[in-house]
Design a protein around this ligand. Structure first.
Ligand SMILES: O=c1[nH]cnc2c1ncn2[C@@H]1O[C@H](CO)[C@@H](O)[C@H]1O
Ligand SMILES: [Zn+2]
Length: 376
């Protein structure tokens, strides 16, 4: 029997086959353009900036490509705008699961801010229940088409608002029904995580996990607060941890190793405590968190053995999928399947589900999946 040459991670079909784990994906950042249009028509939302699905896709990508997190976030007015009814929320959630499954994602934690979906009279609990029903429906459809996936939910509080404690309570209330954690998001500068300390204290008191968007548009002080004051379990982005690392003279971001790199207090604590970094390469370039993919600290952090994970953030705004993020990283930094297996195992280890469940994914799905790809 002759063995086939191993398939390259730059082969799109192989990338789709690779089992992937996604920890950082916004429900309201991942709608299909056609669904945005249809829901706008159905719900009477008349502020869309384009009239066809193709034009809308281009509009979201270009408008989000601003180099500023604040302007990037303005685009969400149109997705949140059409997600104000039970039917819309169920549909968007179900399609999200189907799209992730079709891309070979086997486990995902998808987040959104329930407080942004109350404009037409829904209560917080109704919003959460509609999304959970949509996820369950999507899981059934995906399993039926031979693409099993498990999707759990994180509820997000908006950092400029004042409802974080209430949203943390919501997370704990639904902890046994599919909500596995809590998050804060939104404009970072001027809204430090410590403003939401009571929400994080509530989560800790209830032994419930959370992540914090930190170190994206603002630097080390934000990461310091997220870890030192708030006690976060993971960092949403966290890319600016690179500001606390001094590389040897002449080092380039795509080097293989960084002997002599010096880590400061914050970088050391992130690495020592194995705090997962939910890195989102395309999004980080669009919001200006990094200047270009070539300049992205992903590779430096990976080679220095931080717990790096690959994420999409907002598939609509970044016109991306997990497979596309893998392809871009492979192209830029030369990663192969063993690298992607490591990043995927990193993500699974960092998921907010029980240890035995994480282990089952690693042993029964991830390792066998990459073994097939490595053998060709
Ligand atoms: O990368 C990000 N940084 C900060 N906030 C974000 C990012 N992506 C999305 N959101 C914000 O999170 C809300 C709930 O999903 C979105 O409506 C958006 O305002
Ligand atoms: Zn995000």
């Amino acid at each position: 029997m002759t063995s086939m040459p191993p398939r390259s991670p730059l082969d799109p079909a192989a990338l789709t086959l690779a089992p992937k784990v996604l920890l950082h994906d916004h429900l309201d950042g991942g709608l299909r353009p056609s669904t945005v249009l249809e829901l706008a028509r159905e719900t009477g939302y008349d502020e869309l900036p384009a009239e066809t699905a193709d034009d809308l896709a281009v509009w979201f990508r270009d408008a989000a490509d601003s180099g500023s997190l604040e302007r990037y976030l303005e685009t969400f007015a149109h997705t949140v705008g059409v997600m104000q009814t039970v039917g819309a929320l169920e549909r968007v959630a179900a399609e999200c699961v189907e799209d992730l499954a079709a891309d070979g994602v086997v486990y995902a934690e998808v987040r959104y801010a329930p407080e942004q979906h109350l404009e037409r009279g829904l209560e917080l609990d109704e919003v959460v229940e509609a999304v959970l029903r949509g996820f369950a429906q999507g899981e059934r459809t995906a399993a039926g088409s031979g693409r099993p996936i498990a999707v759990r939910c994180l509820v997000t509080a908006m950092r400029h608002a004042a409802r974080s404690r209430e949203i943390a309570e919501l997370a704990v209330r639904y902890r046994d029904r599919g909500v596995v954690g809590f998050d804060i998001a939104g404009a970072e500068a001027g809204h430090p995580p410590s403003r939401h300390l009571d929400a994080f204290e509530y989560m800790r008191a209830n032994c419930a996990p959370f992540t914090i968007h930190a170190g994206e548009a603002f630097g080390l002080p934000s990461i310091h607060e997220a870890i030192g004051f708030c006690g976060t379990d993971r960092l949403g982005h966290g890319v600016r941890v690179i500001d606390d690392i001094t590389l040897p003279p002449g080092a380039r971001p795509d080097d293989d190793s960084f002997p002599g790199a010096e880590l400061g207090l914050i970088a050391n604590i992130v690495r020592d405590k194995r705090i997962p970094l939910e890195l989102c390469p395309s999004s980080n370039v669009q919001t200006g968190a990094v200047a270009s993919l070539a300049q992205h600290p992903f590779n430096v952090l990976a080679r220095l053995r931080f717990r790096v994970t690959v994420n999409t953030d907002n598939r609509l705004m970044s016109d991306t999928t997990m497979s596309k993020e893998f392809a871009k990283l492979s192209d830029q930094f030369g990663y192969g399947w063993t690298d992607f297996e490591r990043f995927t195992v990193n993500a699974m280890k960092s998921a907010f589900i029980h240890f035995d469940e994480r282990l089952a994914f690693i042993d029964d799905v991830i390792k066998p999946g990459y073994a097939v790809l490595l053998q060709g």
